[in-house]
Design a protein. Sequence first.
Length: 91
Amino acid sequence: MIGGNSEGVETCWLASGPKRQYPSEGGTWEYGFWNAKVRSYYTVKRCHGSTVKLDSKISRSVNTASGKKSIAELWAIQSNSKDRYFYRVCR
């Protein structure tokens, strides 16, 4: 499953964060831009992962064990770059 919509969560400027959501799949998803990085973190009690995209760069976590935080991060500065944030659960 992917967080946000089929294209992730999109913003005009980097999404100031952290923002928190509580997906229907369970757990807590944190995403956004803070402390010079765009980040997507997800913690849930099942296999899961997270991804962040900044323009053409992508950081994707490994499939993460139940109860552990998946971490996807890229260095960034505030700009009008295109940032997108995702979470997933394993099938």
